[in-house]
Design a protein around this ligand. Structure first.
Ligand code: G1P
Length: 302
């Protein structure tokens, strides 16, 4: 266990997945670049890391992911055009994504699973706890989760996973935690984890959602973790080892999230995210809500 408990400063965002659920949109465009209102989904995730105080962001990418790097880089030509036009608002919006964080990139090479993607971050992360944010999970910016997880990690050491109660029929889509209550209403002590169990085999209805704060001991465990479900090296399996043997890297806790979360890797949830976030936008919201109310009334009437 890290005895001095250094403060967490680095975020790792695995972004090497193929996004087959969105074909053909993702044939030539990374799924992370699909817009949620007018920002690519991945920008919300980077903003979430930065809001929690993590401005050093490592993205684990793969082939065909160059647009991600371009998005978080300067675009001088575009900036010049907007400056010449005197369009300060758009200029600011363009610059926002490149000024957001210090971005680093590493390629995963072989797609050997989420655990393997996280292992690719080892040289960059070094010997300090770090956060992992999965690009498909969009946490509503008004429901801070990561900051709470970091506070729990600082209190207990070890690793912390984000959990959410789901219906039993959905548990096979997630990693699932066996957990015991603690003194704090939103914190559980995790005793076991299983990747995508059937409803019958699931130890609980607590699903891992894509946020982790990990002790660096996880890297050594990942190096020894055999391929699991789907023939891939699973972070869930490495966390199971850590939960079983706290002497390796401290305990595993879970923060039970009760806020708004969207799975932008799922088409229906992606649409819900767009509608909700558009409704709440100051600029677009009033008109869009009025239209939506009319549309829903029409649907109900028809
Ligand atoms: C991954 C993890 C799984 C977790 C999920 C959260 O699965 O392997 O444990 O519950 O993210 O979104 P994926 O959705 O990449 O298949």
């Amino acid at each position: 266990m890290s005895s001095s408990r250094p403060r967490i400063s680095k975020a790792v965002i695995p972004a090497a997945g193929l996004g087959t659920r969105f074909l053909p949109a993702t044939k030539a465009t990374p799924k992370e670049m699909l817009p949620v209102v007018d920002k690519p989904a991945i920008q919300y995730v980077v903003e979430e890391a930065v809001t929690a105080g993590l401005s050093d962001v490592l993205m684990v990418t793969g082939r065909n992911k160059r647009p991600l790097e371009d998005h978080f880089d300067r675009n001088y030509e575009l900036e010049e055009v907007l400056r010449d036009k005197g369009d300060a608002t758009k200029l600011t919006r363009v610059q926002e994504s490149s000024d957001l964080a210090t971005m680093h990139y590493v390629r995963q090479g072989d797609p050997k699973g989420l655990g393997h993607a996280i292992l690719c971050a080892a040289p960059h992360v070094g010997d300090q706890p770090f956060a992992v944010l999965l690009g498909d999970d969009l946490i509503d910016p008004r429901d801070p989760l990561l900051a709470r997880m970091m506070a729990v990690q600082e209190q207990h050491g070890g690793s912390v996973v984000a959990l959410m109660e789901v219906e039993p029929e959905s548990i096979h889509l997630y990693g699932c935690a066996a957990a015991a209550a603690t003194d704090e209403d939103d914190v559980v002590r995790v005793s076991g984890l299983v990747e995508k169990p059937s409803a019958a085999d699931a130890p609980s209805n607590l699903a891992i959602i894509g946020r982790y704060v990990l002790d660096p001991a996880v890297f050594e465990v990942l190096r020894k973790t055999e391929p699991g479900r789907g023939g891939e090296i699973q972070i869930t399996d490495a966390l199971q080892t850590l939960a079983n043997e706290p002497a390796i890297g401290g305990p595993v806790h879970g923060v039970v999230f009760r806020g708004r979360r969207y799975d932008t890797g799922d088409r229906a949830d992606y649409l819900r995210a767009i509608v909700r976030l558009a409704c709440e936008r100051e600029d677009l919201g009033p008109d869009f809500r009025a239209w939506l109310r009319g549309y829903v009334a029409e649907e109900m009437g028809g």
